[in-house]
Design a protein around this ligand. Structure first.
Ligand code: 13P
Length: 269
């Protein structure tokens, strides 16, 4: 089986679009970001997935300007929950939108752990993002201890219920993207298995069905993140409920990111 993106009309097409997101974390100057885009923008137009890049604050405006009229969508990695105010060093959702961001990562485990972010705070960010025309990319995930203790489902359900509290079906429907990123798989080289991810994603979809109904639950894009590489990416993408990937270190090199973009995305194997 070849995984290059050659169109094959004999295969059924996925109902949900495929989304590949790079999260650069605290890497890349503006120049480095722009030369990455020089390589990825031409390639993106020929791949059969959506391409999003979550870049440092300083690179949002130049990247969004460069990616305008291309298939590459630029977003941010964090925001504050307030509309504006005396919060030295913080950035508001409206400012990200003004700079050209289309989406924002909220609830990343690095922010939960290093910056003590709670589900309640993340919930306020999701609401603020939606009100500011930004798509929230909500990250959830259990720690190694929770995974070992078989508490994954209860942890994820609590995160989903609390982070999406008070959001209506209409606000949620097609407007929130969710990434399952087990904390133990992030930056460790120990990715979850595709089978675990598929099971977890099915569970998440059942939680969305409970909260928002089946139709909205079927629509939400569910990404996997945690030590994704060009070598293991396809294993995840073969799973019916994996709608895409959230990639950290392998999104920093345009070569490895390009390899993942060029996999076959829109067919059901
Ligand atoms: P790695 O791909 O480096 O494990 O990072 C995953 C991640 O945290 C993406 O948000």
């Amino acid at each position: 089986m070849t995984h290059e993106s050659t169109p094959d009309t004999s295969m059924p097409v996925r109902s949900r679009s495929r989304l590949i997101v790079g999260n650069w974390k605290m890497y890349k100057t503006i120049d480095q970001a722009l030369s990455f885009l020089d390589k990825i923008i031409p390639l993106a137009k020929d791949v059969d997935c959506k391409v999003w890049l979550s870049v440092p604050f300083t690179a949002i405006k130049p990247c969004a300007d460069k990616a305008k009229d291309s298939k590459v969508v630029i977003g941010a990695q964090n925001m504050n929950d307030a509309a504006e105010g005396a919060f030295t060093g913080e950035v508001a959702a409206s400012m990200l939108h003004d700079a050209g961001a289309s989406f924002v990562i909220v609830g990343h485990s690095e922010r939960r752990k290093i910056f003590s972010e709670t589900n309640a705070f993340i919930n306020r960010k999701v609401k603020r993002a939606l009100a500011s025309k930004l798509t929230p990319l909500l990250c959830i995930g259990e720690t190694f201890e929770e995974h070992e203790g078989q508490h994954t489902k209860e942890v994820l359900k609590k995160q989903l219920v609390e982070c999406l509290d008070g959001i209506s079906k209409e606000e949620f429907d097609g407007k929130v993207v969710v990434a399952y990123e087990p904390v133990w798989a992030i930056g460790t080289g120990k990715a979850a298995t595709p089978e675990i991810v598929e099971q977890v994603h099915l569970f998440c979809r059942s939680v969305f069905t409970e909260i928002f109904g089946k139709e909205a639950a079927e629509k939400v894009l569910l990404l996997y993140g945690g030590s994704v590489t060009p070598d293991n990416a396809n294993g995840f993408l073969l799973q019916e409920n994996v709608d895409g990937l959230l990639i950290g270190s392998c999104s920093l090199s345009s070569e490895s990111f390009a390899k993942i973009l060029k996999l076959r995305h829109n067919v059901i194997f």
